[in-house]
Ligand binder design. Structure first.
Ligand code: ZN
Length: 115
């Protein structure tokens, strides 16, 4: 099985970003310039943990995510819109997980509204 290493790298960065653990480390954030040339698709898959993204095993540029994760995600984030690399992470008022509020309409884990 061949894997697209650049896609893999992108996914890793995205996961790091979503975990909110790179905030003060100076690690590179998602390369959103790449998104402008790639159609990113998300497919609903309830076997994927909430808040996580898994590369689709067969389809390039397609990721699997829990339906609630997709629902919680701001749609414009997939369109290479204005991403603030230094946007603050906030603790979810419901479950206290660290969330980057530019990504989420509501918490992908517990569905609490983000203020
Ligand atoms: Zn929550």
């Amino acid at each position: 099985m061949t894997s697209d290493s650049s896609n893999h790298e992108w996914t890793m960065k995205m996961l790091e970003k979503f975990k909110g653990e790179t905030h003060f480390t100076g690690a590179p954030y998602i390369d959103f310039s790449r998104l402008e040339t790639q159609e990113l698709q998300l497919k609903a898959d309830k076997s994927v943990e909430r808040g996580k993204f898994k590369p689709h095993p067969q389809i390039t540029n397609t990721y699997l995510a829990h339906p609630e994760t997709i629902r919680a995600l701001r749609p414009e984030i997939l369109l290479a819109g204005d991403i603030d690399e230094f946007a603050e992470s906030i603790p979810c008022p419901g479950c206290s997980r660290s969330l980057d509020k530019q990504f989420w309409i509501h918490c992908p884990y517990c569905e609490s509204d983000l203020k």
